[in-house]
Design a protein around this ligand. Structure first.
Ligand code: GAL
Length: 389
């Protein structure tokens, strides 16, 4: 099919069940609707992120295999990449980091779960650096690790480097001196009994529990600041707290400097942008695949303090009748700037279909600012001209 070009008139489309029109170049975003790549298939890159390099955007995300009856619900063949020069029409670049087939002991052996992969380009080393949320095979969501892979080209192949839990044996910068004593899992449970639960979470009981082995790292994003410093942001402490971990100059490791954001706030699905000198972190609550209200945490410094400034969403998705109370049916995954358009940001959300993850929807919406407040209005159909208004 690829040799047919974009205008499919005259090409044989039998078997795909697609009309010739469906293959014409797209000129608008239609949030929540099927989004076919130039191969005619719905884009299979979920929990994803975007980078821009040399005139091309690259979209990396979770490749979810078609569900085989009785097979795992979350089968992860690896990380999928698509490329585009206009953000509307995407070419399938294939699985750029594949799970390992022939070594059952490998961290990313088939059956592991790879979620929310994000890629950044390192100006110093000229490497493409991918971090992702890794769950080890057969362990549900208990491993909560950060996986790392690198490549010399944006379309890979990405080579797996290692996986780990961030910052083992290191306290966050603000952790009170008086609390800097590790606790066992049993002690943590005891300390979080009944009414002590919320205050105990905020005071870092889980961070103390995870001190020796490293902090949990589930839903994640990468953020590169104006000065080139990189950060990995991940849900930790059983998803009750988001951690920001500073990366080394090559983005391949942690410097040991990290902070706890909104301790006990129960936030996940982080995505960061900086606008007018302020940091804005879009996030969701924690209800698994089911949608919940989005929220924005705001700070003047990456090291906080971060303040919850509320839900940026407005309007209703007519496809499911869901509005801000359920983030239009979506969950945040990334915010990126349109190349060459300072101030033009697009927020990406996943509309999860847990029984058919590969067909989970993509909701892309323009981000606006009302003063310092991020606003994300539902829009049925839009293009980049919204940023010229
Ligand atoms: C969500 C999370 C997804 C996935 C899912 C599994 O909360 O954002 O990335 O991990 O839970 O239930």
């Amino acid at each position: 099919m690829r040799g047919c070009g974009l205008l499919m008139i005259g090409c044989i489309v039998a078997g795909l069940g697609l009309s010739a029109e469906a293959q014409e170049p797209r000129r608008a975003f239609t949030p929540g609707q099927v989004w076919a790549a130039t191969d005619g298939e719905h884009i299979n890159a979920h929990g994803g992120g975007i980078i821009y390099r040399d005139g091309t955007y690259y979209w990396y995300g979770e490749n979810r295999a078609a569900r085989t009856p009785g097979g795992p619900r979350v089968a992860s063949p690896g990380v999928q990449c698509y490329s585009s020069t206009d953000l509307f029409n995407w070419k399938n670049e294939g699985v750029v980091m594949k799970v390992i087939e022939d070594n059952p002991n490998h961290d990313i052996t088939r059956g592991c779960n790879i979620e929310r992969p994000k890629v950044v380009f390192n100006q110093k080393t000229k490497k493409y650096v991918m971090w992702f949320h890794l769950e080890l095979r057969g362990q549900g969501y208990s491993a909560a690790r950060s996986g790392l892979a690198t490549a010399d080209s944006p379309t890979g192949p990405f080579t797996f480097v290692r996986s780990l839990r961030p910052n083992a044996g290191i306290w966050s910068i603000e952790f009170p001196e008086s609390s800097r004593t590790p606790v066992t899992a049993a002690e943590a449970k005891e300390l979080l009994q009944g009414q002590n639960f919320r205050p105990g979470l905020a005071a870092g009981v889980y961070a103390r529990r995870d001190f020796a082995g490293g902090q949990m790292a589930r839903d994640m994003t990468l953020y590169v600041d104006d000065d080139g410093k990189g950060y990995l942001v991940a849900s930790a402490e059983e998803n009750y707290t988001l951690n920001i971990h500073e990366l080394t100059d090559d983005y391949l490791d942690f410097t040991g400097k990290w902070t706890r954001v909104a301790p006990g706030g129960h936030n996940e699905a982080p995505a960061i942008l900086k606008h007018n000198g302020k940091y804005h972190m879009l996030a969701s609550g924690c209800t698994g695949w089911a949608p919940n209200p989005a929220r924005v945490l705001q700070a003047d410094s990456i090291w906080g303090p971060w303040k919850n400034v509320g839900n940026p969403c407005a309007g209703t998705n007519p496809q499911n009748n869901l509005g801000p109370e359920k983030t239009f049916g979506g969950q945040s995954t990334c915010i990126f700037q349109v190349a060459g358009k300072p101030g033009a940001y697009i927020a990406m959300f996943d509309e999860w279909r847990p029984r058919d993850l590969r067909n989970s929807g993509h909701i892309w919406l323009p981000v606006k600012f009302d003063g310092d407040r991020m606003v994300i209005d539902w829009t049925d159909k839009w293009d980049l001209s919204v940023f010229d208004k």
